[in-house]
Design a protein around this ligand. Structure first.
Ligand code: C5P
Length: 224
Protein backbone atom coordinates (compact mmCIF):
# COMPACT_ATOMS: atom_id res chain seq x y z
CA UNK A 1 0.00 0.00 0.00
CA UNK A 2 1.28 3.42 -0.97
CA UNK A 3 1.55 5.88 1.89
CA UNK A 4 -1.11 8.50 1.22
CA UNK A 5 -2.73 7.57 -2.08
CA UNK A 6 -6.22 8.38 -0.69
CA UNK A 7 -5.26 11.85 0.60
CA UNK A 8 -7.88 14.46 -0.27
CA UNK A 9 -10.47 11.77 -0.96
CA UNK A 10 -13.72 11.16 0.87
CA UNK A 11 -14.71 7.51 1.07
CA UNK A 12 -17.88 5.98 2.50
CA UNK A 13 -17.85 2.45 3.90
CA UNK A 14 -20.87 0.54 5.17
CA UNK A 15 -20.25 -2.23 7.70
CA UNK A 16 -22.11 -4.72 9.85
CA UNK A 17 -25.54 -6.21 9.33
CA UNK A 18 -28.93 -4.54 9.13
CA UNK A 19 -31.83 -5.42 11.43
CA UNK A 20 -35.41 -5.25 10.25
CA UNK A 21 -37.88 -4.55 13.04
CA UNK A 22 -40.84 -6.87 13.68
CA UNK A 23 -42.05 -5.03 16.75
CA UNK A 24 -40.40 -2.71 19.33
CA UNK A 25 -38.20 -5.51 20.71
CA UNK A 26 -37.74 -8.04 17.87
CA UNK A 27 -35.95 -7.98 14.53
CA UNK A 28 -34.76 -10.11 11.62
CA UNK A 29 -30.98 -9.89 11.40
CA UNK A 30 -27.78 -11.59 10.33
CA UNK A 31 -24.41 -12.61 11.77
CA UNK A 32 -22.15 -10.05 10.08
CA UNK A 33 -19.48 -8.88 12.55
CA UNK A 34 -18.55 -5.71 10.65
CA UNK A 35 -14.85 -6.58 10.79
CA UNK A 36 -14.18 -6.33 7.04
CA UNK A 37 -15.93 -2.96 6.82
CA UNK A 38 -14.09 -1.62 9.87
CA UNK A 39 -10.78 -2.80 8.32
CA UNK A 40 -11.68 -0.96 5.10
CA UNK A 41 -12.39 2.21 7.09
CA UNK A 42 -9.15 1.94 9.10
CA UNK A 43 -6.94 1.26 6.08
CA UNK A 44 -8.54 4.09 4.06
CA UNK A 45 -7.87 6.46 6.96
CA UNK A 46 -4.25 5.24 7.15
CA UNK A 47 -3.93 6.00 3.42
CA UNK A 48 -5.06 9.59 4.00
CA UNK A 49 -8.78 9.53 3.21
CA UNK A 50 -11.57 11.25 5.05
CA UNK A 51 -13.77 8.32 6.00
CA UNK A 52 -17.47 8.06 6.79
CA UNK A 53 -18.23 4.67 8.32
CA UNK A 54 -21.90 3.74 8.35
CA UNK A 55 -22.05 1.01 10.99
CA UNK A 56 -25.06 -1.27 11.40
CA UNK A 57 -25.19 -3.11 14.73
CA UNK A 58 -21.45 -3.58 15.15
CA UNK A 59 -19.88 -4.33 18.56
CA UNK A 60 -16.37 -3.11 17.67
CA UNK A 61 -14.33 -0.03 18.52
CA UNK A 62 -14.27 2.16 15.38
CA UNK A 63 -10.86 3.08 13.92
CA UNK A 64 -9.45 6.41 15.15
CA UNK A 65 -10.10 9.46 12.99
CA UNK A 66 -13.14 8.01 11.22
CA UNK A 67 -16.60 9.63 11.23
CA UNK A 68 -19.10 7.00 12.36
CA UNK A 69 -22.84 7.01 11.71
CA UNK A 70 -24.73 4.33 13.61
CA UNK A 71 -27.78 2.74 11.99
CA UNK A 72 -29.97 -0.30 12.55
CA UNK A 73 -32.36 -0.95 9.66
CA UNK A 74 -31.78 -1.10 5.92
CA UNK A 75 -33.87 2.04 5.45
CA UNK A 76 -31.61 3.91 7.91
CA UNK A 77 -28.45 2.52 6.32
CA UNK A 78 -29.66 3.55 2.86
CA UNK A 79 -30.39 7.10 4.05
CA UNK A 80 -27.03 7.48 5.82
CA UNK A 81 -25.02 6.05 2.91
CA UNK A 82 -26.78 8.18 0.31
CA UNK A 83 -26.35 11.35 2.39
CA UNK A 84 -22.62 10.72 2.88
CA UNK A 85 -22.17 9.60 -0.75
CA UNK A 86 -23.21 12.98 -2.16
CA UNK A 87 -19.60 14.24 -1.89
CA UNK A 88 -17.78 10.90 -1.82
CA UNK A 89 -15.12 9.76 -4.28
CA UNK A 90 -15.82 6.12 -3.48
CA UNK A 91 -18.50 4.10 -1.73
CA UNK A 92 -17.80 0.58 -0.51
CA UNK A 93 -20.82 -1.47 0.54
CA UNK A 94 -19.33 -4.01 2.94
CA UNK A 95 -22.48 -4.29 5.06
CA UNK A 96 -24.64 -7.40 4.99
CA UNK A 97 -27.92 -5.78 3.99
CA UNK A 98 -31.16 -7.67 4.56
CA UNK A 99 -32.79 -8.55 1.26
CA UNK A 100 -36.24 -8.62 2.89
CA UNK A 101 -38.04 -6.78 5.69
CA UNK A 102 -41.31 -7.48 7.47
CA UNK A 103 -44.10 -5.74 5.57
CA UNK A 104 -45.47 -4.42 8.86
CA UNK A 105 -43.75 -3.35 12.08
CA UNK A 106 -46.09 -3.77 15.06
CA UNK A 107 -46.35 -0.73 17.31
CA UNK A 108 -46.60 -3.00 20.37
CA UNK A 109 -44.84 -6.24 21.30
CA UNK A 110 -46.39 -9.16 19.42
CA UNK A 111 -48.28 -11.52 21.75
CA UNK A 112 -48.99 -15.23 21.71
CA UNK A 113 -52.59 -15.77 20.71
CA UNK A 114 -54.97 -17.59 23.10
CA UNK A 115 -56.22 -19.83 20.27
CA UNK A 116 -52.66 -21.04 19.59
CA UNK A 117 -52.68 -19.75 16.02
CA UNK A 118 -49.28 -18.45 14.89
CA UNK A 119 -49.42 -15.51 12.51
CA UNK A 120 -47.04 -15.73 9.53
CA UNK A 121 -44.45 -13.01 9.03
CA UNK A 122 -45.07 -11.40 5.64
CA UNK A 123 -41.93 -10.04 4.01
CA UNK A 124 -41.32 -7.49 1.28
CA UNK A 125 -38.15 -6.72 -0.68
CA UNK A 126 -35.70 -4.08 0.47
CA UNK A 127 -34.19 -1.74 -2.11
CA UNK A 128 -30.78 -2.85 -3.39
CA UNK A 129 -28.66 0.03 -2.12
CA UNK A 130 -25.56 -1.00 -4.08
CA UNK A 131 -27.40 -1.33 -7.40
CA UNK A 132 -29.07 2.05 -6.80
CA UNK A 133 -25.71 3.73 -6.06
CA UNK A 134 -24.23 2.19 -9.21
CA UNK A 135 -27.17 3.40 -11.30
CA UNK A 136 -27.49 6.88 -9.74
CA UNK A 137 -23.80 7.92 -9.23
CA UNK A 138 -24.65 10.52 -6.59
CA UNK A 139 -21.41 12.29 -7.51
CA UNK A 140 -20.10 12.12 -11.13
CA UNK A 141 -17.22 9.67 -11.48
CA UNK A 142 -17.85 8.14 -8.07
CA UNK A 143 -16.41 4.64 -7.68
CA UNK A 144 -18.96 2.13 -6.35
CA UNK A 145 -17.81 -1.15 -4.80
CA UNK A 146 -19.75 -4.13 -3.44
CA UNK A 147 -19.08 -7.35 -1.61
CA UNK A 148 -20.65 -10.71 -2.33
CA UNK A 149 -20.52 -13.65 0.06
CA UNK A 150 -21.10 -16.75 -2.03
CA UNK A 151 -21.46 -20.34 -0.86
CA UNK A 152 -21.21 -21.83 -4.35
CA UNK A 153 -23.45 -24.65 -5.57
CA UNK A 154 -23.06 -28.34 -6.37
CA UNK A 155 -20.36 -27.48 -8.91
CA UNK A 156 -18.72 -25.31 -6.25
CA UNK A 157 -18.45 -22.43 -8.69
CA UNK A 158 -18.38 -19.40 -6.38
CA UNK A 159 -16.89 -17.21 -9.11
CA UNK A 160 -19.65 -17.91 -11.62
CA UNK A 161 -22.18 -16.58 -9.10
CA UNK A 162 -19.90 -13.60 -8.47
CA UNK A 163 -19.57 -12.83 -12.19
CA UNK A 164 -23.33 -12.88 -12.69
CA UNK A 165 -23.77 -10.65 -9.65
CA UNK A 166 -21.08 -8.19 -10.83
CA UNK A 167 -22.94 -7.69 -14.13
CA UNK A 168 -26.32 -7.47 -12.42
CA UNK A 169 -25.33 -4.89 -9.80
CA UNK A 170 -23.37 -2.59 -12.11
CA UNK A 171 -20.80 -1.67 -9.45
CA UNK A 172 -17.28 -0.82 -10.64
CA UNK A 173 -15.81 -3.55 -8.44
CA UNK A 174 -17.29 -6.54 -6.62
CA UNK A 175 -15.22 -8.36 -3.98
CA UNK A 176 -16.38 -11.97 -3.97
CA UNK A 177 -15.63 -14.15 -0.98
CA UNK A 178 -16.42 -17.79 -0.38
CA UNK A 179 -18.29 -18.39 2.87
CA UNK A 180 -19.20 -21.53 4.72
CA UNK A 181 -15.79 -23.20 5.09
CA UNK A 182 -14.39 -21.24 8.00
CA UNK A 183 -13.87 -18.17 5.82
CA UNK A 184 -15.73 -14.89 5.92
CA UNK A 185 -18.25 -14.07 8.62
CA UNK A 186 -16.89 -13.68 12.12
CA UNK A 187 -13.34 -14.90 11.44
CA UNK A 188 -10.04 -13.01 11.44
CA UNK A 189 -9.17 -13.94 7.89
CA UNK A 190 -10.78 -13.46 4.54
CA UNK A 191 -10.10 -14.39 0.91
CA UNK A 192 -11.58 -12.39 -1.93
CA UNK A 193 -11.52 -12.22 -5.70
CA UNK A 194 -12.12 -8.70 -7.02
CA UNK A 195 -14.16 -8.51 -10.23
CA UNK A 196 -14.88 -5.52 -12.45
CA UNK A 197 -18.36 -4.69 -13.82
CA UNK A 198 -17.89 -7.13 -16.71
CA UNK A 199 -17.02 -9.94 -14.30
CA UNK A 200 -13.30 -10.01 -15.18
CA UNK A 201 -10.85 -10.73 -12.35
CA UNK A 202 -8.97 -7.57 -11.32
CA UNK A 203 -7.20 -8.87 -8.20
CA UNK A 204 -7.16 -11.64 -5.63
CA UNK A 205 -6.26 -11.33 -1.97
CA UNK A 206 -6.18 -13.63 1.03
CA UNK A 207 -5.09 -12.91 4.57
CA UNK A 208 -6.14 -10.64 7.36
CA UNK A 209 -9.16 -8.43 6.78
CA UNK A 210 -6.71 -5.47 6.81
CA UNK A 211 -4.66 -7.09 4.02
CA UNK A 212 -7.81 -7.73 2.01
CA UNK A 213 -8.93 -4.13 2.63
CA UNK A 214 -5.60 -2.75 1.38
CA UNK A 215 -5.81 -4.94 -1.72
CA UNK A 216 -9.30 -3.56 -2.40
CA UNK A 217 -8.12 0.06 -2.04
CA UNK A 218 -5.23 -0.83 -4.40
CA UNK A 219 -7.91 -1.76 -6.96
CA UNK A 220 -10.00 1.37 -6.24
CA UNK A 221 -7.20 3.98 -6.46
CA UNK A 222 -6.59 3.64 -10.25
CA UNK A 223 -10.33 4.19 -10.84
CA UNK A 224 -10.48 7.51 -8.93
O1 C5P B 1 -27.15 -9.61 -3.60
P1 C5P B 1 -26.23 -9.69 -2.42
O2 C5P B 1 -26.91 -9.40 -1.11
O3 C5P B 1 -25.37 -10.90 -2.38
O4 C5P B 1 -25.21 -8.47 -2.69
C1 C5P B 1 -24.24 -8.13 -1.77
C2 C5P B 1 -23.80 -6.70 -1.99
O5 C5P B 1 -24.93 -5.87 -2.23
C3 C5P B 1 -23.12 -6.11 -0.78
O6 C5P B 1 -22.20 -5.12 -1.24
C4 C5P B 1 -24.28 -5.47 -0.03
O7 C5P B 1 -23.84 -4.43 0.81
C5 C5P B 1 -25.15 -4.98 -1.16
N1 C5P B 1 -26.60 -4.97 -0.90
C6 C5P B 1 -27.27 -3.76 -0.88
N2 C5P B 1 -28.64 -3.73 -0.66
C7 C5P B 1 -29.33 -4.88 -0.51
C8 C5P B 1 -28.64 -6.12 -0.55
C9 C5P B 1 -27.29 -6.13 -0.73
O8 C5P B 1 -26.63 -2.72 -1.03
N3 C5P B 1 -30.64 -4.83 -0.31
Amino acid sequence: ALAHDLAGRHVVVSAGGTREPLDPVRFLGNRSSGRQGFALAGTARARGARVTLVAANVALEPPAGVDVVHVESTAQLREAVRTAAKDADAVVMAAAVADFRPRATAAHKLKKRDDGVVEPIVLEANPDILAELAADRLRPGQVVVGFAAETGDASGDVLAHGRAKARRKGADLLAVNAVGEGLGFGTADNAVTVLDASGAVVATSAGSKEAVADALWDAVVPLL
